[in-house]
Design a protein around this ligand. Structure first.
Ligand code: GDP
Length: 302
């Protein structure tokens, strides 16, 4: 139940539609679809998806394919599910066969990068992996301290910068080298997250990616972008930019226990064609869950 507890607003918005559909008949169609459009928009589905969904329902209703309120509701849920799972999106981590596998965590400050890394370490460790953390956010001294706390909490080893103003890429190189020598399964790399409009941050990330791939061919296996679920549709331009520069392989959506609106999840996946791999549902070590599209749809539209 905790999973999508934060989507109460979205649920309330869509509950209105549920009620309308209960008493739906063909002559109500345009009014119901107008209400649905409104509900999807305020839930941050974005205009593109909203229009796509509503127009396809309209076509199927007037074409006689959908004959009852419950058929319309099922079609609506199915189309949201399709948006989340189309294009062969793989929600599981793809870590390859070479060890160590490398996962880079990127995103703007405050989104939940370090916390998600800690929670991910906990998950992967429970699955039996030997984890090494790399404190690649060398810009904020506090970031590395914060990651050290997570390393203690999850009983993982960590590589931190030896000197002030060390380059992130050299910390990551060092960690991956150690990981290789000491037979680690997965290196989890934190990175800096100064505002994404800062060009040198993006240069930094590219340098990190290169440094890592020099040591383990094919690495990083995953570059996960952490997005704050409470920022709504504003997360789209952010995601676009990170993806253009470093190539994102998956998303971690955080703070879904808070005031997040469900629709933004769907719009990011649809626009970028990148799967959500994990969702953050709290600040505790256990509060990271594998993304389950079906559970998600059922949660926002029971
Ligand atoms: P970073 O700057 O991207 O590394 O972000 P942090 O990991 O430091 O997280 C910023 C704040 O968001 C911290 O107070 C975290 O405890 C909080 N946070 C991160 N993920 C979640 C989440 O899923 N739910 C909630 N409620 N808070 C979160």
């Amino acid at each position: 139940e905790k999973i999508f507890s934060g989507f109460t607003k979205t649920r309330d918005n869509l509950a209105v539609i549920d009620e309308l559909l209960l008493y739906w008949n063909l002559s109500d169609t345009d009014r119901v679809l107008d209400e649905l459009e409104e509900a999807l928009l305020v839930s941050d589905f974005g205009p593109r998806i909203t229009i796509k969904i509503v127009e396809s329902l309209r076509e199927d209703i007037y074409g006689g394919k959908l004959k009852s309120g419950s058929e319309i509701k099922d079609a609506l849920k199915r189309s949201i599910l399709n948006l989340l799972t189309s294009k062969g999106l793989k929600t599981e981590l793809q870590l390859g066969f070479r060890k160590p596998a490398v996962i880079m965590i990127v995103g703007v400050n405050g989104g939940g990068k370090t916390t998600s890394l800690g929670k991910l370490a906990n998950r992967l460790k429970k699955e039996g992996a030997k984890i090494l953390m790399a404190a690649g956010d060398t810009f904020r001294a506090a970031a590395s301290d914060q990651l050290e706390i997570w390393a203690e909490r999850t009983e993982c080893e960590i590589v931190v910068a030896e000197k002030e103003k060390a380059k992130a890429s050299s910390v990551l190189s060092q960690a991956v080298k150690r990981g290789k020598e000491e037979n680690y399964d997965i290196i989890l790399c934190d990175t800096s997250g100064r505002l994404h409009t800062n060009y040198s941050l993006m240069e930094d990330l590219v340098a990190c990616k290169k440094a890592v791939s020099k040591i383990v061919p094919g690495a990083p296996n995953e570059i996960l972008l952490v997005l704050d679920g409470t920022t709504g549709l504003n997360m789209l331009p952010q995601a676009r930019e990170f993806n253009e520069v470093v190539g994102i392989t998956g998303l971690i959506l955080t703070k879904l226990d808070g005031s997040a609106r469900g629709g933004c999840v769907v719009s990011v996946v649809d626009e970028l064609g990148i799967p959500v791999k994990f969702v953050g549902v709290g600040e505790g070590v256990e509060d990271l869950q594998a993304f389950d599209a079906e559970a998600f749809v059922n949660a926002i539209f029971p």
